[in-house]
Design a protein around this ligand. Structure first.
Ligand code: FPP
Ligand code: MG
Length: 330
């Protein structure tokens, strides 16, 4: 609880530090949504208006600001809007794939309007996210975001291919996590570093920072899906297992225990009693704590990169943010 409070404090401080930039990138996204053609306007406006955490833009803004004041706020805000719009597009598609009804406490597009509309609205948002940076003078940013968009799709496909596989390995899991989540954090940290005017070496290092942060972020997401340490997630819990997804806590359980009994429980994970029993077994086998330790290790690697940047209140804040993120509750 104490760390969770520290995390809330760190994220609040980070958000307030970049608030004008965040407001501008939100405005850029809202403008596109509100000026979309009939049939998309309302649907995209409501997706953009959802109360998201905006972690990706915050990370981009903090890094862009870590080498001195931002000179061209509009330019940085467009890159951040691109990252967030790409993220939102991928969530719209992810909700189709997972059949999710709720996201950030609001009905998903697929639930409200069906799969066809949701797929096309996600496509439109993806295209718009690229248009945000089409005039960006540094082509490395457009490249980083296009690479991330490809990785999101390949990570997601690998996850589907591995669904219900009894043979999923730690390496498989990491490949999924790097593709579907960490790749976008990587590209947004890299873009922030490019916009800060860092040398190529530091830009690469910042990419690694984003990668490690993203891996840790997804591991915590996977723990929260079991309801462990979770606050109000704004989405249904236990969806991963019910969709046949084996994530890190279960993977660690399988490493220590024969699969048969648990495999039977997983098949019945829609029943609340069975879900509670699964959580109990994983807790007893220490799987959630071990998964958190792996996340902490990645956060330490992300924090190590900060030592190579000019030391300031921004790097101190990022360090706080990395040290406490493992305790986030939603
Ligand atoms: C949420 O993870 C999903 C992602 C992080 C990526 C989804 C990517 C795609 C659907 C590929 C499409 C890509 C583009 C560029 C449009 P999660 O399912 O673990 O988390 P959740 O519980 O919040 O759904
Ligand atoms: Mg999902």
């Amino acid at each position: 609880m104490f760390f969770s409070y520290k995390y809330q404090k760190a994220i609040k401080k980070a958000r307030s530090l970049v608030q004008p930039a965040l407001d501008l990138s939100d405005k850029i996204m809202r403008n596109v949504a509100e000026n979309s053609p009939q049939g998309l306007r309302e649907r995209i406006t409501q997706t953009v208006a959802r109360p998201g955490k905006r972690l990706r833009p915050i990370l981009l803004f903090l890094l862009a600001q870590s080498n001195g004041e931002i000179k061209n706020l509009e330019r940085v805000a467009r890159a951040a809007a691109s990252v967030e719009m790409l993220h939102l597009a991928s969530l719209v598609h992810d909700d189709v794939i997972d059949g999710s009804e709720l996201r950030r406490g609001v009905n998903t597009l697929q639930h409200a309007f069906g799969n066809k509309i949701a797929v096309l609205a996600g496509d439109y948002m993806l295209a718009q996210s690229m248009l945000f940076v089409i005039d960006e003078e540094d082509r490395r940013i457009l490249r980083a975001l296009s690479v991330a968009a490809s990785s999101l799709a390949t990570g997601e496909i690998l996850e589907i291919d591995l669904e219900r596989s009894a043979k999923i390995s730690f390496e498989d899991y990491m490949q999924v996590v790097e593709g579907k989540t960490a790749s976008l954090f990587l590209s947004c940290a890299k873009s922030g570093a490019i916009l800060a005017g860092y040398s190529d070496d530091i830009v690469e290092e910042c990419g690694n920072l984003g990668l490690h942060f993203g891996i840790a972020f997804q591991i915590i997401d996977d723990i929260l899906d079991y309801g462990v340490g979770a606050g109000d997630l704004g989405k249904r819990k236990f969806e991963d297992l019910q969709n046949g997804l084996i994530t890190l806590p279960m993977l660690l359980y399988f490493q220590k225990n024969p699969k048969d009994e648990m495999a039977h429980l997983i098949k019945n994970a829609t029943d609340q009693k069975t879900a509670d029993l699964i959580v109990k077994k994983l807790k007893e086998a220490n799987c959630f704590d071990e998964a958190k330790t792996i996340a902490c290790d990645h956060l330490s690697q992300a924090a190590k990169v900060l030592e190579k940047l000019p030391q300031s209140s921004i790097t101190a804040l990022l360090k706080d943010f990395f040290e406490t993120m493992v305790e986030r509750r939603n």
